[in-house]
Design a binder for this molecule. Structure first.
Ligand code: FES
Length: 56
């Protein structure tokens, strides 16, 4: 499912970034260009990130 429509970033991409070792939300945000346009996806993206870190 798309989390960031502006940059076409999916929840799978966020989970994959965490699985590949990302430990900070800022890292994932930068890597995927997340929340860099309208910013509306920021809260949801953060939730997906936190959830992925907990599962990892
Ligand atoms: Fe992510 Fe707009 S939806 S920056």
């Amino acid at each position: 499912m798309y989390i960031c429509l502006c940059k076409a970033v999916t929840d799978s991409q966020i989970r994959e970034a965490v699985a590949n070792g990302a430990t900070q939300f800022g890292q994932v945000r930068k890597e995927l260009n997340l929340a860099s346009q309208c910013g509306k996806c920021g809260i949801l993206a953060r939730e997906v990130f936190d959830e992925s870190v907990e599962r990892n």
